[in-house]
Write a protein that binds this ligand. Structure first.
Ligand SMILES: [Zn+2]
Length: 292
């Protein structure tokens, strides 16, 4: 289904999220930055009021409390607002240093990512999302980068945190990391828009790594750029995603979305629309698994 998804009577939209019943998931989440300016506390309140159970955080300077050096106050803002703090997204500006032959370069990104792991451990946030590569022409995959990542996985194991590596452009890097490092502290973050734009076929990467799925970044786009639209507003092949979705997934269905221009101005409505679209995805997954 593309476009025009309307809330249906009896869905979580009308229940305002009082119901949490979706193919075994824990519930619904949305990234705490969804395109509106209010302070985190107000965004959290709006997310909760719309019916979500969880949220996630960009641990970089775009988030004002991080920018102001108050990152350690954020977990209580989220939890006092009644939401589960599902994951932290680690900033990845230095990520291509992972593939450098120079150990001192690799130490830079190792330091960045280790501090995100430590933040999660300190605040009992279960998962940190990481990119393993960026840009159009990244350095080649190299064993030094794999070994550096193995050190990060070891740190996550020691501290009881899980790393979820996300499919981006050049998803072969993520796949090689997952193939070569088998640990309960290392799993997969499925980004639907990156899959639609850069995957070989919609849902293929999810079918391969769904067994290690820890978190989701669900959004849609027009096939041209990473628009972060609500699912159903773009050209994404959601039926294919649903067919690849692991039926035993026990995490949250979480959006990573921004409003389209015409949706801007009413964050509450935007958030409620997101709930309806997660209902729709959950129903597609249920349908697909009942036919499997
Ligand atoms: Zn990401």
């Amino acid at each position: 289904m593309q476009g025009g998804l309307e809330p249906r009577p009896g869905s979580c939209y009308s229940d305002r999220g009082t119901r949490v019943a979706h193919m075994g998931t824990r519930g619904y989440g949305i990234f705490s930055w969804f395109g509106y300016r209010p302070a985190l506390e107000r965004r959290v309140r709006a997310i909760k009021a719309a019916g979500y159970q969880a949220t996630a955080l960009w641990l970089g300077r775009h988030e004002p409390l991080v920018h102001e050096g108050k990152a350690d106050t954020i977990p209580s803002v989220i939890r006092d607002g009644g939401l589960f703090f599902e994951y932290v997204h680690a900033p990845y500006g230095n990520v291509n240093k992972l593939w450098s032959a120079d150990p001192s370069e690799r130490a830079v990104i190792r330091g960045d990512y280790a501090s995100a792991i430590r933040f999660c451990a300190r605040h009992r946030v279960p998962t940190v999302v990481m990119h393993v590569v960026k840009g159009i022409n990244p350095p080649a995959y190299a064993s030094g980068g794999r070994d550096t990542f193995a050190d990060l996985v070891k740190l996550a194991e020691d501290l009881g945190v899980r790393i979820a590596v996300e499919n981006t452009r050049h998803e072969a890097y993520v796949e090689r990391i997952l193939e070569s490092l088998d640990s309960p502290s290392l799993g997969f973050c499925y980004d639907s828009s990156h899959d639609f734009l850069h995957g070989e076929e919609a849902g293929a990467v999810l079918a391969r790594w769904g067994k290690r799925l820890l978190v989701t970044h669900l959004s849609d786009n027009d096939g041209l750029a990473d628009r972060h639209w609500l699912p159903g507003l773009g050209t994404g092949r959601w039926e294919a995603v649903a067919r690849s979705f692991p039926p035993f997934y026990g995490g949250y269905l979480t959006l990573e979305v921004l409003p389209k221009r015409e949706q801007f101005g009413d964050p509450e409505r935007f958030l409620r629309d997101g709930i309806a679209r997660l209902d729709w995805i959950a129903s597609l997954v249920r349908e697909a698994s009942s036919q499997a």
